[in-house]
Design a binder for this molecule. Structure first.
Ligand code: CMC
Length: 429
């Protein structure tokens, strides 16, 4: 809270509203009393100027291109930490001690298996179903399998539901993949770390040994870390809104998965790689740049632009470097898709249209190139995003449930439909 107030003049009436300050970032006008004082609502479709909650988890400065998890810059976490440590940080607010980390890792590892009956649940889906469709269904079904952790008023149940989701999401995602390619499900292996275990469940088969390349596992872990949380984005806001009605956490995360699927959000990594492939060769880039600038053409450069970042997405920088490293480890440095991506980025960043609108590559621009090189089909890209973002959704959900100011989310509207009118009987219409 500051001593600042904002004054709103409507006709001959002046109303005062407190201005609240966070630790960093823009101040906010506290308009909770607006309707009571003025009989008016605010109008902000897309929430471009609306802070919907208090949060102490993730901070973004879009002009600087800065992303902090609990105050730590993403670049430092990407270089020095690992995904499970980041999970602990997001969930509990501080980096773990050695003992805390060992206990947390053991707890997550011991919950990676899913209820055996869930195997049959998958069989209800068509083999050619999109894995995100399967994810939405299976994650939603978790509350039917784990009844003992759906009471949101019990802190112990909230805790166990959180651990279950972080632990089981890679297993559920790998099973969605295995189901789509007609291979047997692979059980988790407790002696592998989080990322290696995920690669093992996706790519090993019972017929032969599979050894996870630690360098590829490190890249996978990095992708998870970069996607772990991102403040009040569309899917996180969906999770919070669902949770505001006291729905159980599995149902809330399923709602988040559904929202993430859209191409304007998590679906952009799949769309970005499809676009790079469609461009195919660098000589075709100008044609696609022209289409992106043409207001009569719905085409947009996928993996470009962001609601909050008006500078380089800091995750994209790490992702670009990782893409080069992974392709070099795999001996495919001359990958044509990476070449198209790099040249497209160079041309777009020099183009006045993109400069004026502050459109830079976002996290999804390079992630697809890496995931493709590792061997994932494009339809799995958003699934991997969902695996990584689960901890963010859960951390934000837990924060909301513990907030004494929590209220059911209930936006209002500017009504533009017909005013009150009388029903006309069918025979008179
Ligand atoms: N290509 C071409 N023009 C663009 C693009 C783009 N990718 N993004 C925005 N613009 C233009 C847009 O046409 C508008 O131009 P004008 O002012 O002349 O009408 C201006 O830039 C502002 O765009 P906006 O749609 O008002 O911005 P927004 O904040 O509502 O949208 C966005 C943000 C991410 C949805 C949008 O940039 C976009 O559609 N990007 C492509 C999809 C994508 O990469 N999404 C992943 C986002 S990062 C990961 C995640 O959060 O899931």
């Amino acid at each position: 809270m500051t001593d600042k107030v904002a004054k709103l003049v409507i006709g001959d009436q002046t109303h005062e509203f407190p201005v609240l300050s966070g630790t960093v970032g823009p101040d906010v006008l506290d308009i909770r009393s607006l309707y009571a004082k003025t009989g008016m609502f605010t109008y902000d479709p897309g929430f471009t100027s609306t802070a919907a909650c208090d949060s102490a988890i993730t901070y973004i400065d879009g002009d600087k291109g800065e992303l902090l998890y609990r105050g730590y810059p993403i670049e430092q976490l990407a270089e020095k930490s690992n995904y499970l440590e980041v999970c602990y940080l997001l969930l509990y607010g501080e980096l773990p001690t050695k003992t805390q980390f060992a206990e947390f890792e053991k707890l997550v590892t011991r919950h990676t298996m899913v209820h055996e009956q869930m195997h049959y649940f998958y069989r209800g889906f068509r083999r050619d179903a999109h894995p995100m469709a399967i994810m939405t269904g299976v994650v939603g079904a978790l509350s039917a399998f784990y009844h003992d952790s759906t009471d949101i008023n019990d802190p112990q149940q909230r805790e166990i539901a959180s651990i279950r989701m972080i632990a089981k999401m890679p297993t559920i995602a790998a099973m969605a993949y295995k189901y789509s390619v007609g291979q047997p499900f692979v059980y988790p292996k407790n002696d592998l770390d989080y990322a290696s275990n995920f690669l093992h469940m996706c790519f090993s088969v019972p017929a032969e040994d599979y050894k996870v390349d630690p360098r590829i596992a490190r890249a996978m872990d990095l992708i998870f870390t970069l996607h772990a949380d991102h403040e009040q984005n569309a899917s996180t806001s969906t999770v919070r809104l669902s949770g505001s009605s006291d729905a159980n956490p599995f149902a809330c995360v399923a709602a988040g998965v559904a929202c993430l699927w859209g191409p304007a959000h998590g679906g952009a990594n799949e769309a970005a790689l499809n676009m790079l492939r469609e461009i195919g060769t660098v000589d075709r880039i100008p044609e696609f740049i022209a289409r992106a600038k043409d207001k009569n053409d719905p085409f947009r450069l996928m993996g470009f632009g962001h609601r909050v970042y008006k500078n380089f997405d800091p995750r994209a920088k790490v992702m670009q470097q990782t893409a080069k490293e992974v392709l070099s480890i795999l001996g495919v440095e001359n990958n044509p898709t990476l070449q198209v991506a790099q040249e497209l980025e160079r041309i777009a960043l020099e183009d006045q249209y993109f400069i004026d609108r502050k459109l830079y590559p976002n996290v999804d621009f390079y992630s697809g190139v890496i995931l493709d090189a590792i061997g994932f089909p494009t339809s799995m890209f958003t699934v991997l995003f969902a695996v990584a973002r689960t901890v963010g959704w859960i951390s934000q959900w837990k924060e909301m449930i513990g907030d004494p100011q929590k209220k059911i989310g209930r936006p209002r509207q500017l009504y533009n439909g017909s005013p009150n009118r009388d029903y006309a009987p069918l025979e008179s219409r």
